[in-house]
Design a protein around this ligand. Structure first.
Ligand code: ATP
Length: 312
């Protein structure tokens, strides 16, 4: 169990983590989402004592990281895949970590095997590709057989096989009762991997709940309408706009309608003798939910993002 209580970090006059209070439960994979600069890494760094909170606390089983006798046996973290000394071999790197935390050297070949790096155990970490470095970082996180795992973008740099492997690994670690907390910008992957989601923007909590709930929040607002190109869709779009709907035409035979319930769209189509092939609520996706949740919290936005928010 990982608990954040009013966790706050300020750099100069800027609050980068703002009064975060939440619990990351054992037995589940919890995804940590937020735009660039939202404060995810800073939050994780505070959990493992690499940054000092300005106020509030991060507790593992009720204890601050700094007070854990053998922290690696309680919390395993992958925060920076390139953190290993480049001149040390994978094996040396893990042995050094094991020694400094009272972990048996026998764990080293076990975790190397678990992450698929046995063949390159004698190679220097500095020669590793990003994907290999991520695997070594995951091996380090697993070394102490910890009950809490913190992983900052663990699939960054991994090929599709590697991404699938991480997903399977994290799900099985959670199934063993561990607390798994990971950040990623890959929405589709997060949707597949995480049981729960925590979303932050500009350091503040925007959502915290089961993945299906976060994805479903605000879903069903968009209605997809499909019909023959010259079957009256344009007239239906005008009629819907007069009702206050926002209407986009993503394809000549398609309308995307928001602001009017599906039933009303059907009634108006019927009244206007508009020929329809399809009328359905748009499927909820995490990407859409995320865009909606974070629309006011993006610090480094480009113009395209503004268009997306406006639904153009
Ligand atoms: N040591 C520091 N000194 C000053 N500002 C910092 C420091 N570390 C982080 N920040 C600032 O804190 C904010 C949050 O950064 P953080 O790396 O935690 O965000 P993030 O959500 O992990 O972003 P990304 O998705 O890009 O990795 C950023 O504006 C960053 O510039």
């Amino acid at each position: 169990m990982l608990t954040l209580r009013g966790l706050t970090k300020r750099y100069g006059g800027k609050t980068v983590v703002d009064d975060l209070t939440l619990e990351v439960a054992p037995g589940k994979v919890t995804g940590f989402l937020g735009p660039n600069g939202a404060g995810k890494s800073t939050t994780m760094r505070m959990v493992v004592g690499l940054d000092e909170p300005t106020s509030g606390a991060a507790l593992i089983r009720g204890t601050p990281y700094a007070e854990l006798a053998h922290p690696l046996r309680v919390v395993g973290a992958l925060l920076d895949a390139r953190a290993a000394h480049p001149r040390r071999t994978a094996q040396q790197h893990l042995l050094a970590m094991a020694r400094s935390n009272g972990i048996s050297a026998r764990r080293v070949p076990e975790v190397l095997d678990a992450v698929g790096l046995t063949q390159v155990a004698g190679k220097r970490a500095g020669s590793f590709s990003l994907g290999m470095a991520q695997r070594l970082g995951i091996a380090g996180a697993l070394l102490g057989d910890p009950e809490v795992l913190l992983l900052d973008e663990p699939v960054n740099g991994l090929d599709p096989d590697g991404v699938l492997w991480v997903r399977t690994l994290l799900r099985s670690l959670a199934a063993e009762g561990r607390t798994v907390f990971l950040s990623s910008h890959l929405m589709s992957e997060m949707e597949l991997t995480a049981d729960r989601l925590v979303v932050i923007g500009r350091g503040r909590l925007l959502a915290d709940g089961p993945t299906a709930e976060v994805v479903g929040a605000g879903a069903g607002r968009t209605v997809c309408v499909r019909g023959p190109q010259h079957g009256g869709l344009a007239a239906l779009a005008d009629r819907l706009r007069r009702e206050g709907a926002e209407v986009a035409r993503p394809a000549p035979d398609e309308l995307s309608v928001s602001g009017v319930p599906l039933e009303r769209v059907g009634d108006l189509a019927h009244e206007g003798h508009v020929h329809l092939y399809e009328l359905r609520a748009a499927e909820a996706s995490l990407e859409e939910a995320y865009m909606r949740l974070t629309s006011q919290s993006v610090e480094y936005a480009q113009e395209g993002r503004t268009d997306l928010e406006a639904g153009v």
